[in-house]
Design a protein around this ligand. Structure first.
Ligand SMILES: [Zn+2]
Length: 164
């Protein structure tokens, strides 16, 4: 978050060399950034970012953005867990639910972020090992992390129209 009054911030020239103080919304560390660099991140002039992060926490911010885009219900909990434990790679058991017919796919991975991205890429390329996925729109899917920090090897199986 911005650590100066917003009225003061908007008066700072875009190209000013003045270093503006922020605190990281993930680890609370204080850091400084020039206004031009800050607006580059938000892609809007004079606009503040919803969540500010220091260099060390970019991975958390990206993970949060991915999980939110996939409708993960437990995103906030997962990100808090990663920050508290200082882990950059989350392992676990996950489900992918087709919201239209409630069919579920269960999988496990040592790196959930990379696994989710792989699912999306395979769907986009119509190359998913479960052919049903190739006709699905990711926006109709809900990804959820059922269990995390598991040391299970990668696996996956499909449940048909399971309740819930
Ligand atoms: Zn941070």
């Amino acid at each position: 978050m911005l650590l100066m009054p917003y009225e003061e911030y908007i008066k700072v020239n875009l190209y000013s060399h003045r270093k503006i103080p922020f605190s990281c919304d993930y680890c609370n560390k204080r850091f400084f950034r020039r206004k031009i660099n800050h607006t580059k991140i938000s892609n809007k002039n004079d606009c503040l970012i919803e969540k500010d992060c220091c260099k060390e926490c970019i991975k958390y911010k990206n993970t949060e953005a991915l999980f939110k885009s996939l409708n993960c219900q437990n995103t906030d909990l997962m990100i808090k867990h990663m920050v508290n434990k200082k882990i950059k790679t989350l392992s676990g058991v996950y489900s992918i639910r087709d919201k239209q017919n409630n069919k579920k796919y269960i999988g496990s991975s040592k790196d959930l972020v990379q696994r989710f991205k792989a699912h999306l890429l395979d769907m986009k390329n119509k190359d998913h090992h479960i052919s049903e996925f190739n006709s699905l729109d990711p926006k109709h899917l809900e990804f959820n992390i059922i269990e995390y920090d598991t040391a299970l090897p990668d696996f996956s199986f499909r449940l048909s129209s399971s309740p819930g």
